[in-house]
Structures are given as C-alpha cells and as structure tokens.
Ligand binder design. Structure first.
Ligand code: GEK
Length: 249
C-alpha cells in the first residue's frame, strides 16, 4: 500500500516518538489505523514481499467456488493482493478483523478497487466459521492470540480447508536460545533504525507490545501446525525474526 493514487494518504508513524510517562498496551485503534501502512512497512522486514507472494500463492491455489480468508486483515493488503491475483475467478474473499478502526479503513480501501466477491467481518477470528477454504492467510495475526488459543484455531482452519488448499502463516518468532534471540532482535532493531525509528520509539513500542504480541520458536510453530493436522509445513520466507510458512493439509 498504497495500491493506487486513489488510496488514502499514508501518514507517518510517530506514535512513540515522544517520551511517554506510562506505556499502555498496544491496541489497534484509530491512531494506529491512521499510520498502520507506514508502521508495518517500516517495522516488518519483507512485508511488501510477503504481501506480493500471498497474491502469487493465491493465484496458484484459489480453486473455483472456494473461499479465501484473510484473518486479521488490518487494512486489507493481503486481501487486495489476493483479489488482484485471482482476477475474475469464481471465488469469495473473506476479510476479518476485530478492530473496528482497522476494518473500517480496509472497507474504504476495498471500495476503491475492483475485487471479486468479498465478505468483510468485524469479528474475532476465533468465532469465524472456516468453510471450503482454498487459501487461509494468518499474516502476523496468530501472534496476538493467547498461546493456548492458537492450536484450537489452527485445528478449525485445517478442518475447513480443501484438500489442495494452503495456510499461509507469517509470524514474528523467538530465537531457539537466548543468544539467537538477542542477535535476531538486534538485527530487527537495526532494521527499524535504518527505517528512521529512534531508539526511544523502538523501546517504547517494544514495551507496548510486551504482553500483547507473544512470539514463539520455529519448532513450536511447526509442531503445532502438525498437531493441528497439517501434513506438510514449509518455511518459504525468513528475514531476521520474521518468517512465513506454507502449511498444507
Ligand atoms: C496485513 N494481516 O497487513 N480477531 C481478529 N483480528 C485480530 C485478532 C483477533 N482475535 N487479534 C488481532 N487481530 C495484516 C497485518 S496486524 C500485525 C496484521 C501487526 C488483528 C488486529 O486488529 C490487527 O489488525 C491484526 O490482527 C494484526 O497483512 O500489527 O503486527
């Protein structure tokens, strides 16, 4: 994003630029929605690549009559990428986010782009029925669920997928040991600094996310995907402590 000159202007993320007396837990409210495109592209290494490849993967796997889910869609970048990639194919895109401010902005974006059938829901992804899915996207969303709620969701996704479907799961992950974790975080912070964030912004944002974004190790992710029923799990993207898996039933 932006996808075209019709899109809303991208505002610069300065949410943590000034010193804050108390750091509240991170929430996806209007202030975040206003700067989200800038925030995620300057914070997640490879974000634009992942969004582009989600389109490519959708193009390969979206079968006629199936449903493509974007769970935790934020401003709808993955939905738009999939929509563009599948063109006129007879599929239904389903975009879900439980933050009204984020979904409102996503819906405004969708209205500016020609998309196939589209359903949008302001809902918790734990409550959304998954049916006849050829593609399910969890692009940096699972990490916000309480750890014990991740397996039940993945099991439901698996149960609702077509045999030849794919789950694309992108996550920030924790290093396998303290040393790896420290080094990955150091590199990630260097990435953020190179994108114009100050040390203060980095440390205040980190504090705000502390109890909200709960990263796990790669081996925990892989084992849980298998336990949920996925027979094949492949890591297709990694940059520092950010990865994306393709999981197949
Ligand atoms: C992208 N996928 O641009 N139910 C529904 N939505 C949720 C839930 C939940 N339980 N928990 C969190 N969210 C997007 C980026 S951002 C990632 C995803 C980030 C939503 C939350 O409101 C937010 O919009 C999104 O998941 C996470 O491709 O900010 O690091």
């Amino acid at each position: 994003m932006p996808q075209s000159e019709q899109d809303e202007p991208v505002c610069k993320d300065r949410l943590y630029a000034d010193p804050q007396e108390r750091i509240d837990s991170f929430v996806f409210d209007e202030r975040v929605a206003a700067v989200f495109s800038d925030m995620i592209s300057r914070s997640v290494p490879g974000y634009a690549t992942i969004i582009g490849m989600i389109g490519l993967l959708a193009e390969q796997h979206a079968t006629p009559g199936s449903r493509l889910y974007d769970l935790g869609c934020s401003l709808g970048a993955a939905t738009l990428s999939m929509g563009r990639a599948i063109g006129e194919r007879d599929c239904c895109l389903v975009a879900v986010d439980n933050a009204q401010a984020m979904l409102d902005k996503a819906v405004r974006q969708f209205s500016r782009h020609p998309l196939p059938k589209l359903e949008t829901y302001c809902a918790d992804i734990r409550d959304v029925a998954i049916q006849d899915a050829s593609v399910v996207v969890l692009n940096f969303t699972l990490q916000f669920l309480p750890v014990e709620e991740r397996l039940p969701l993945l099991k439901r996704i698996h149960a609702g997928m077509r045999e030849d479907g794919v789950l694309i799961l992108s996550e920030k992950f924790a290093g396998a040991d303290e040393e790896e974790d420290r080094e990955l975080i150091r590199l990630h912070h260097a990435f953020k600094r190179a994108n114009g964030y100050s040390d203060l912004e980095i440390s205040q944002k980190r504090a705000a996310l502390e109890e909200v974004l709960l990263p796990e190790t790669l081996s925990v992710h892989k084992a849980r995907l298998r336990e949920a029923g996925f027979g094949r799990v492949d890591l297709w993207f990694q940059c520092f402590n950010f990865v994306s898996f393709i999981a197949r039933p």
